[in-house]
Design a protein around this ligand. Structure first.
Ligand code: PHE
Length: 335
């Protein structure tokens, strides 16, 4: 390898580069001259055979040649790229008269629509919305609601525990305690949210939604509770339904009741919600004067309502993200 050869290689590379008229060809030239196995690197490998007096000069010349060729390569690449852009601008045409493409507009999830409708009903009656955490401690989820550590109803809740104290709330009723601790009567609140229980079948998913309602005032009684809930259900289903108000038990309400709806096809009763008068023990605990005030509370399963409204017989479809299922709700007017 001689200095002369290096010069010749530079000239050859230059003319190759100048003649290349597309980016792929240019890249092939770069590899031919500058690549790992390219001419110049091959020559560097042989430099040891060169007499030692010209070795440094030759090394420097090869490095300089690499730099020069690389500069030429970049320059030519820029030229070719801008040529490409110009060409596309000339050849690509845009037909502004073509009809636009309609994008597919989605719709609210049926659970979201149910929540919206419930909000409208209860907001109209003066209930305001409050939020409560999904990760609760055993105080708000159980103890404060009169469900002590060894109370049998704790077992019915099939709780997801994080540790000794913290859990995923099994119902929204903890919000009653938060509301009564933070506010003074009159109180009218509702709260929506996810609740969690270890359960999975056609009628249960480990996560589902509840709405909690609470009213504390000086004139609140059991028949008022029944009236509000019946009004809500008749209004919600917008059709004739048969309801049943049946005594029940919850540790935090006394008396307690549940409302069932009759399934028209089978005549079977289906439980919709739990409710009752807030237990005096709980009112005392949050410093509400039971001589002046009383309260009622209710908890409604949101999936249940939605399943009944649309005749859905498997709760699991709500959470499968199956577009075929979800697309059906486009036909219902959104509110
Ligand atoms: N928290 C109860 C449940 O999940 C429902 C309920 C709420 C009952 C409020 C009474 C009052 O089953």
């Amino acid at each position: 390898m001689s200095l002369d050869l290096v010069k010749k290689l530079v000239i050859l590379a230059k003319s190759n580069i100048m003649q290349s008229n597309n980016i792929d060809a240019l890249e092939a030239i770069r590899i031919k001259f500058l690549g790992k196995k390219g001419y110049l690197n091959q020559h560097i490998k042989n430099i040891n055979d060169t007499p030692s007096d010209i070795k440094p000069k030759l090394g420097a010349a090869i490095n300089q040649a690499k730099k020069d060729i690389y500069t030429l390569f970049i320059e030519q690449k820029n030229i070719l790229q801008s040529k490409n852009i110009k060409n596309t601008l000339i050849t690509d045409t845009l037909d502004v008269t073509l009809p636009g493409r309609l994008s597919d507009i989605g719709t609210h999830h049926p659970i979201t629509s149910t929540i919206k409708r419930m909000k409208i009903f209860f907001n109209t009656l003066g209930f305001s919305i409050i939020h409560s955490p999904e990760i609760e401690d055993d105080y708000f989820n159980f103890d404060s609601l009169n469900i002590s550590k060894y109370h049998p109803s704790r077992d019915e809740h099939d709780t997801f525990w994080f540790d000794e104290k913290r859990l995923l709330r099994t119902h929204t009723s903890g919000v009653q305690i938060r509301a009564m601790t933070n506010k003074t009567p009159p109180i009218r609140i509702i709260s929506f949210g996810r609740v969690y229980r270890k359960d999975y079948d056609q009628n249960h998913t480990p996560m589902f939604h509840q709405m909690e309602g609470l009213m504390v005032d000086s004139h609140v009684n059991f028949s008022y509770l029944k009236k509000i809930l019946y009004d809500f259900l008749y209004n919600f289903f917008e059709k004739d339904i048969i309801l049943r108000f049946r005594p029940s038990y919850f540790p935090f309400t006394e008396p307690s009741a549940e409302i069932d709806v009759m399934k028209q096809e089978t005549g079977n009763w289906l439980e919709l919600l739990g409710c009752g008068m807030v237990h005096p023990k709980i009112l005392h605990h949050v410093d509400i004067d039971t001589k002046k005030f009383s309260g009622f509370a209710f908890g409604i399963g949101i999936e249940r309502l939605t399943m009944l409204q649309y005749n859905i017989d498997d709760i699991r479809v709500f959470f499968k993200n199956d577009l075929q299922f979800l697309d059906q709700f486009k036909q219902y007017k959104d509110i």
